[in-house]
Design a protein around this ligand. Structure first.
Ligand code: GZL
Length: 323
């Protein structure tokens, strides 16, 4: 009996030490490395996951970085808390991929007061005083929207079009710019009709849910303008489940040009996909190296992006893109 008791005690001790979290290593023990606190939007899409991978690969320990990533699960309040934690931990740089454009002035003023440079990636922020961030690198979302509308105009001219619009996170630059592009297209093409608009939060599940509901109520439409690939994947599943052929019965416009989406472009299911390049890791690394060397990076840097449809996509292009 005693032996069993002893065994149980040893087992409990082993389990206790196994699940006791390793003591948090204070940042100062990484003093020979550049410590970066990265507040990431979430993991809502292929684009977002490719963006996180790119940051991890560039800001790696072998490259001299200690990267701390916080996943905000698409909530701004979690990003604000993460930024305060980074300041408290004494990081060297903060990188922010902002959920929305507004609401950053107070917490970025705290980072500035603490002397921590803030680099904004991907979506833009709107602040009273632009000295609250060091620089921004990302996409021209309005230009992306205009490219999609241009393709629709080239392929349909002024044919009547009933358009379903799946928006991304409301208030994010990606949603604002891509929506502005479509709104301008609607204004310039009176035969185009917006029959439905709602946010799918850039997720596949919500994209499918919205389109399933439209099909269930018998709505007729010719185009789905989806503000990212993952919502397009969900819309395509809904169309297929209803016996409709995406790319044929309904034209699908999408954004991001993730690998899986380009497979669908090649298969004729996605009609047109506007690239939104997520590979910001090396770009942020180059910015930090500039700052470390005492030079000033440009305040705003727009990344070059392209577009894809069945006429332009090739296996070689797809396999060489990195996401
Ligand atoms: C765009 C980025 C968007 C992508 C979505 O730069 O912010 O967020 O288009 C992602 O896939 O969720």
């Amino acid at each position: 009996m005693k032996r069993i008791l002893l065994m149980v005690c040893i087992l409990c001790l082993l389990m206790l030490t196994a699940c006791t979290p390793a003591p948090a290593v204070p940042v100062e023990t990484y003093d020979d490395m550049i410590v970066v606190g990265f507040s990431q939007v979430g993991a809502e899409s292929d684009w977002r996951n490719a963006n996180t991978r790119s940051m991890r690969e560039a800001l790696s320990e072998q490259n001299g970085y200690r990267l701390i990533i916080d996943d905000a699960q698409q909530k701004q309040e979690r990003q604000i808390t993460a930024i305060r934690n980074f300041i408290h931990q004494g990081v060297d740089y903060i990188v922010l991929a902002p959920t929305t454009e507004t609401g950053w002035d107070t917490v970025l003023a705290e980072a500035k007061a603490a002397g921590v440079p803030v680099i904004i990636v991907d979506r833009m922020i709107e602040v009273e005083d632009d000295s609250l961030f060091t620089c921004w690198i990302g996409s021209d979302f309005r230009k992306e929207g205009d490219a999609a509308v241009e393709w629709l105009a080239q392929h349909f001219g002024d044919e009547p079009l009933r358009i379903v619009h799946l928006q991304g996170n409301l208030g994010s630059s990606a949603q604002l710019g891509r929506t502005q592009g479509l709104d301008t297209g609607l204004a310039n093409h009176p035969a185009w009709e917006l029959v439905y608009r709602n946010t799918g939060d850039f997720t596949q599940a919500k994209g499918q849910e919205l389109v399933e509901a439209l099909l269930a109520q018998g709505m007729q439409f010719d185009v789905i303008y989806s503000e990212n690939d993952n919502m397009a994947y969900g819309a395509i599943d809904a169309l297929k489940n209803a016996g409709l052929q995406p790319g044929k019965d309904v034209t699908i416009i999408s954004f991001d040009a993730s690998h899986a989406a380009l497979e669908m472009v090649m298969a004729g299911e996605i009609s047109f996909d506007v690239e939104c390049n997520p590979l910001h890791g090396p770009r942020v690394q180059a910015i930090i190296e500039k700052l470390e060397a005492g030079s000033k990076p440009p305040k705003l840097t727009y990344v070059e992006e392209t577009t894809f449809d069945a006429a332009t996509i090739t296996r070689q292009i797809m396999d060489g893109r990195g996401y």
